[in-house]
Design a protein around this ligand. Structure first.
Ligand code: CMX
Length: 137
């Protein structure tokens, strides 16, 4: 597989507004974009940092994986997302190598990207997301 950049760092939060103020006003980051990803039960808020992004993650329901994470660990870095050139091939390559996937097939994430998570049991403690954005995103 070919990883081309860190697409974003996902940060789990309990409340978006104070964290948006920190990144947007105090740290002076721009390129703000926000959306609800229904399938993941999260509201995401992005700030651009060069060719990567900070992705704030707020649970939209108590059974969201992000709600469970915050309950167990508190706020903080939740996952790292790598942009890949061909996500279908990357997922198949990992499965063939015996890496446990949460998503056996890519599905839709924020920004209309196609995403797939590797299971934390296979990643030595860091949740890894693979993603592939449409050209120009
Ligand atoms: N980092 C590291 N380990 C994690 C973790 C994380 N973020 N989240 C869970 N784990 C660990 C747990 O500690 C647990 O380990 P133990 O069994 O040793 O206790 C194990 O993984 C399973 O966790 P769980 O809480 O039982 O499982 P969940 O049902 O909560 O699922 C997870 C968690 C990772 C499997 C998955 O459902 C998840 O978080 N998916 C990502 C959701 C997400 O971030 N979506 C946003 C996408 C937006 C976008 O970028 O487009």
């Amino acid at each position: 597989m070919k990883i081309t950049r860190i697409a974003h760092l996902g940060i789990a939060v309990k409340d978006l507004e104070p964290v948006k103020k920190l990144y947007g006003e105090n740290l002076n980051l721009h390129g703000h974009h926000e959306e609800v990803v229904e399938s993941q039960k999260v509201k995401v808020s992005f700030f651009q940092v060069g060719e990567t992004n900070i992705e704030l993650l707020l649970a939209t329901s108590p059974d969201s994986p992000v709600a469970k994470y915050v309950e167990k660990n508190g706020e903080g870095i939740h996952h790292i997302a790598f942009e890949v050139e061909d996500i279908d091939a990357a997922v198949e390559e990992l499965k063939a190598a015996g890496v446990r996937m949460i998503d056996e097939k890519p599905r839709e994430g924020a920004h209309g990207a196609r995403i797939a998570f590797i299971h934390p049991k296979s990643t030595h403690g860091v949740l890894i997301e693979l993603c592939q954005h449409a050209a120009g995103h």
